[in-house]
Ligand binder design. Structure first.
Ligand code: FAD
Length: 377
């Protein structure tokens, strides 16, 4: 696939928006469908979000090569690959994981167009998707939106929130020496940055009304991961970490330092900018209008991860939610790449039998309603 401003591309069967793990994973599954024309459009380069991660961050889901025994590396997006094998590390950095994604593009010769922004999407006269990009128009019979969330940080409605910095920003991780930092939000990203700050000689106070550090359960989307708990124990032992089970109500900057007041009226001093570790919000960019919205603000999908408003447009990645199920980790949302490819292939009357290898590898869940079981211990 190539692009130019003067010669629009012919209509492809499937266009994938975004070259992160969701977009590249879907492209790999689409490659297994016979005679399908498809391509990926990326506004930056392959794995752009990972390249933009603050340098102190790492994966919290461990990579390990168990593929030969059917236990596919938990961070892999293709059954025959393993980030642990390629990167020789168990908790990859963003830069390392972007290298894994680029390697897949090279190895499987995926058609990815980089440095091309998808600006708008409309429905054409023949029901095709007319995709306007920074390099000209492209048309597609089906569209998979895999644009991710990293560019849409969630800023809570707290008075003075503009004084704080979101944890996705590198400067949140690099306060001046010996700072006291208030971190708002105590799930993975909040505990991650607090532990990182404490390890580098700072003091951290984490505020969260749900006290996530006290919760246990089988779903790491709802509780802290073992790696994070392990880091938390180390940080607590240093005596420079306070965990407060209350919400931030207001942020002010009375005299150089910042004050975060919680809902009990207690004031917490932050000598560096307070950090908003409040996650990401639903953001589908130029295809937002093509999806209905659930009561909680996330996109409403049918059982095939497809828009309920516009047949033919699918969602892939951490924004996929079915009832209470959040597919927010790679090992969860990768289960749907082959399913979406299968649905599209069958509708176009193509042979999808090669997707069986995804199923055999345990990388294809067709009915997600079975995925909420608790472990016995
Ligand atoms: C610090 C940190 C640690 C994490 N650790 C883990 C972990 O241990 N395990 C795990 O499973 N998950 C982890 N996650 C979450 C994981 O990184 C995300 O779920 C994952 O990146 C989502 O993949 P994606 O392909 O949907 O989005 P992204 O990786 O964000 O890719 C989306 C791509 O779409 C492109 N794009 C967006 N808009 C457009 C447009 N209009 N036109 C063209 N291209 C566009 C972007 O440039 C980007 O390259 C972590 C996240 C962070 C921030």
């Amino acid at each position: 696939m190539s692009s130019s401003a003067t010669s629009p591309l012919p209509t492809v069967d499937v266009l994938v928006a975004g070259a992160g793990p969701a977009g590249i994973g879907c492209a790999l599954a689409l490659q297994s469908v016979d005679s399908l024309t498809y391509g990926v459009i990326e506004r930056g380069v392959v794995g752009q979000s990972y390249r933009d991660w603050p340098r102190w961050t790492r994966f919290l889901t461990p990579s390990f090569t168990g593929n030969a025994f059917g236990a596919i590396d938990i961070n892999a997006i293709h059954p025959e690959t393993s980030p642990a094998l390629l990167l020789q590390t168990d908790y990859p950095s963003g830069e390392a994981y972007s290298h894994y994604l680029s390697k897949l593009v090279e190895l499987f010769e995926l058609p990815v167009v980089e440095n091309t922004m998808i600006e708008s999407v409309a429905r054409g006269a023949r029901d095709e998707f007319v995709v306007t990009t920074s390099r000209g128009p492209v048309t597609a019979r089906n569209l998979i939106w895999a644009g991710g969330e990293f560019s849409a940080p969630h800023i809570p409605e707290v008075s003075g929130a503009h004084l704080a910095v979101h944890s996705s920003q590198p400067r949140a991780w690099e306060p001046s020496d010996g700072s006291r930092v208030v971190v708002i939000g105590g799930y993975e990203s909040g505990i991650d940055i607090a532990c990182s700050l404490v390890a580098r000689g700072h003091h951290a106070t984490v505020l969260d009304p749900e006290s996530p550090w006290e919760k246990t359960g089988s779903d790491p989307s709802l509780t802290l991961s073992p790696r994070t708990r392990q880091r938390l124990r180390v940080a607590q032992a240093r005596g420079a970490l306070d965990l407060v089970g209350a919400a931030a109500a207001a942020i002010s900057q009375p005299n150089g330092s910042y004050t975060v007041t919680d809902t009990t009226g207690t004031h917490h001093t932050s000598t560096a900018q307070p950090v908003l570790a409040t996650g990401y919000r639903p953001h589908l960019g130029p295809v937002q209008h093509m999806f209905a919205t659930r009561d909680d603000g996330w996109p409403l999908l049918n059982a095939d991860d497809e828009s309920t408003l516009q047949p033919g447009i699918f969602l892939s990645g951490p924004a996929v939610r079915h009832k209470n199920l959040h597919l927010c980790f790679i090992y969860k949302f990768r289960q749907r790449f082959a399913h979406v490819a299968k649905v599209i292939g069958e509708r176009l009357d193509r042979d999808t039998s090669a997707l069986r290898s995804w199923k055999l590898a345990g990388m294809l869940v067709e009915d997600v309603s079975c995925c909420d079981k608790e472990c016995v211990c």
